[in-house]
Design a protein around this ligand. Structure first.
Ligand code: NAD
Length: 320
């Protein structure tokens, strides 16, 4: 039986990844500062602790791990990352986690390690035109991410790649583009656009109004969690190191995402665009490289994932 260590297992993607690995027959140890607030905690062993602490990290490697999945990061949606108020914490906390983990993976001869980077590493200058953003993997340099979160991700990509070069550590790096789905943060300030919009629509009265940050014409793509995990597992089993985009190439404006969600609710709701943090003007996953290297790319329609996310958030809202 293969062993996996999932760091950030109390989070959204980590919680789902544990389930996926369990289904595939792995023995899984999850680690996080917190358990998953929606009960998505199904690892064989769950350790609560702070991955910024090297002594704590050391205790996690008391057995030989085949796979380490490093998903832990200090992160949130636009309200958390783009206001600038959390820059020092974001950089300090996530860099410490990655410095500790890459070193321990090499020291303990982990068979391979997955690192979750982000589309936020792509230069702002390529994402000014909402209709034609450029996010091919090679376009990451000359680097100019629009947030400190993106800079930390880029630094950590390079950190993992340098361990691969100098110590032969097998690393796999994906740049996730806006992953969404059930059991993700949907309120409190760290939620991202799909969940925030679902919540606003659920809470809105018939003939009500929802507020959307910016002019709503900024574009993005959103990838449903199941396809994200399919991409992670395929990458991990492949010979390709990455970095590679794991994202959808179905680009929509934020207002279109809101309209799709309103249609799912069946309510009559108006969108009001208000000033707020929005990030880059346009972003879409370029899936040529993943198709070429893995012979696969995500292809579920956005609407399918939004329907299941909307109904999960509706249930959560009714409970609270
Ligand atoms: P999440 O915030 O739900 O999960 C991250 C987890 O890391 C949290 O549960 C948090 O408690 C944990 N964590 C943070 N600091 C820690 C520490 N010091 N010690 C132990 N645990 C700590 O985020 P997610 O959406 O599941 O994202 C997982 C990874 O994927 C992150 O690295 C994120 O940057 C990356 N990513 C996510 C998206 C997305 O759209 N969700 C997009 C790009 C990249």
């Amino acid at each position: 039986m293969k062993n996996a260590l999932v760091l950030g297992a109390g989070g959204f993607i980590g919680g789902h990844l544990v389930n996926r690995l369990k289904k595939e027959g792995f023995w899984v140890r999850g680690v996080d500062l917190k358990t998953n607030e929606y009960g998505n905690n199904h690892s064989d062993d769950f350790v609560l602790g702070d991955l910024r602490d090297p002594a704590f990290c050391d205790t996690l490697f008391d057995r030989q791990f085949d796979h380490v999945y490093q998903l832990a990061a200090d992160m949130g949606g636009a309200g958390y990352i783009f206001t600038g108020d959390h820059d020092a914490d974001v950089m300090h906390n996530s860099a410490l986690i990655n410095l500790n983990i890459v070193h321990l993976c090499q020291k303990n001869q982990v068979e391979r390690v997955f690192y979750s980077s982000s589309a936020c590493i792509y230069p702002e200058y390529n994402q000014l035109d909402p209709d034609n953003p450029e996010c091919s993997e090679a376009s990451a340099y000359p680097a100019a991410p629009d947030s400190e979160y993106g800079w930390e991700k880029l630094f950590s990509e390079r950190l993992y790649l340098s361990y691969a070069r100098n110590y032969g550590l097998k690393v796999r790096i994906a740049r996730f583009h806006n992953i969404f789905g059930p059991c993700g943060t949907w309120k409190g300030g760290k939620e991202k656009a799909p969940a925030a919009i679902c919540r606003k629509v659920v809470e809105a009265e018939e003939n009500g109004v929802i507020e959307i940050w910016g002019d709503g014409l900024q574009t993005r793509s959103f990838l449903y969690i199941e396809e994200c995990l399919e991409g992670v597992r395929r990458l991990m089993e492949s010979d390709f190191e990455g970095p590679v985009n794991i994202g959808s190439d179905e680009m929509v404006t934020i207002n279109q995402l809101a309209e799709m969600t309103i249609a799912l609710s069946g309510k009559n709701i108006t969108i009001r665009n208000i000033p707020g943090p929005t990030g880059v003007r346009g972003r879409n996953s370029d899936n040529k490289l993943i198709q070429e290297k893995l012979g696969w790319k995500p292809d579920w329609p956005l609407q399918k994932g939004m329907a299941s996310t909307f109904s999960w958030i509706m249930q959560q809202a009714m409970k609270s």
